[in-house]
Design a binder for this molecule. Structure first.
Ligand code: KIV
Length: 271
């Protein structure tokens, strides 16, 4: 087996080899993602939208997340599995945040957690790290704050808003995050943050000057078309092959040509 990737390994990649991260939400996908050589797998709360068909991520529960984290962890031998902390599983209370983060490792099999924003949650970040759980930060467009942000919009276009995001990234870096996601911010702002923080930055819609990139699996392979942001690059359109396969199956069943002798036991009686 290849070397198991740890949070310190990811942190040490700053300024050397760019980090490719992808989401996964189930066992077969985790196996495919790991086979592709990807070192960092996020069980993102985007699960609520791309797998469960919800409008946003807010309703996702800790138990729902855990169900998917367990499946992904079973599919990974080498990659570092990061579990997203669902909305309100860490904000209200430090002890509750540590307990919920701990469940992602103890029950889920993840080896790190991610939580969104820095404002109001730095004590939680410090306490989770103090409990021995690596934390990935997330600033810029933080979908769990979609109501406050007024929609899924690019953040930090103006000076004060940009400065606030830099401050949040610095605070998360100082709190000990092993990596920080920068979502939907201008490329020059992402470059500035990347230069200022010690943790590797992982961009999504944050331009090429980050230490790594992350995309949602369903966007990359063409399995989700309800909403496709500008920053998404579709590397395949597997939905075309899937629909063709499912249609061929239906047609063969309806025509009576499946199952044939190759896919049956014993002798097939004449019709
Ligand atoms: O939930 C998610 O998939 C994420 C990534 C977009 C970073 O948080």
């Amino acid at each position: 087996m290849n070397k198991v990737i740890t949070a310190p390994d990811i942190k040490a990649r700053k300024g050397s080899k760019p980090i490719a991260m992808l989401t996964a939400y189930d066992y077969p996908t985790a196996r495919l993602v790991e086979k592709s050589g990807i070192d960092l797998i996020l069980v993102g709360d985007s699960l609520a939208m791309v797998v469960l068909g919800r409008e946003d991520t807010l309703s996702l529960t800790v138990d729902e997340m855990l169900h998917h984290v367990k499946a992904v962890a079973r599919g990974c031998e080498r990659a570092l599995v990061v579990a997203d902390m669902p909305f309100l599983s860490y904000e209200p209370d430090v002890a509750e945040a540590v307990r919920n983060a701990g469940r992602m490792l103890k029950e889920g099999g993840a080896r790190a957690v991610k939580l969104e924003s820095a404002s109001g949650v730095l004590p939680q970040v410090r306490a989770i790290i103090a409990a021995g759980i690596p934390v990935m930060g997330h600033v810029g467009l933080t979908p769990q704050r979609v109501a406050e942000l007024g929609g899924f919009k690019v953040q930090g276009r103006e000076g004060p808003a940009a400065d606030r995001i830099v401050e949040e990234a610095r605070a998360l870096d100082q709190a000990g995050c092993f990596a920080i996601v920068l979502e939907a911010i201008p490329a020059d702002l992402a470059a500035r943050i990347t230069a200022e923080v010690g943790a590797p930055t992982i961009g999504i819609g944050a331009g090429p000057r980050c230490d790594g990139q992350v995309l949602v699996y369903h966007d990359v392979v063409g399995l989700f078309d309800r909403f496709v942001p500008k920053f998404v690059k579709k590397y395949a359109d597997v939905s075309v092959d899937l629909v063709a396969a499912l249609t061929a199956y239906r047609e063969e069943v309806e025509a009576g040509t499946f199952p044939d002798a190759d896919h049956s036991f014993g002798t097939i009686p004449a019709a």
